[in-house]
Ligand binder design. Sequence first.
Ligand SMILES: [Zn+2]
Length: 140
Amino acid sequence: MPRNRYQTDEPTSRRMAAVGLRDTKPERVVRSVLTAIGLRYRLHRRDLPGRPDVVLASRRLVLFVHGCFWHRHPGCPRTTTPCRNAALWQVKFRRTLERDARATEALRAAGWKVLVVWECETTNRPELSRRLQSFLNRGA
Ligand SMILES: [Zn+2]
């Protein structure tokens, strides 16, 4: 998969390169499920902490679509740690998690509800749809 297959602005490209996210398919699945539910959303609002992947402003909800490996999905088989340079990877992972935690905290402090959708959860579309709808109903 070519790295810049999808048109993104420069900061997004840099961010994607920084986190090693080569494939935005999980995000596309989430967007398509939201569209199927009939929701309007905005993407990557740069004025919000952590630049959430999806913003449902009228409901004050944001979604992050996280890669399991980089964002360390707990208990997930994709959350592996490479043997080579393990210490270096741990530093990178810790920075990513700290960044995620800061963004979530800032968003919640500003009154946003925050949902994380894990990459591995986007392979089961019906289940993802149920989960998103339940989150949206709670947040309504
Ligand atoms: Zn996972």
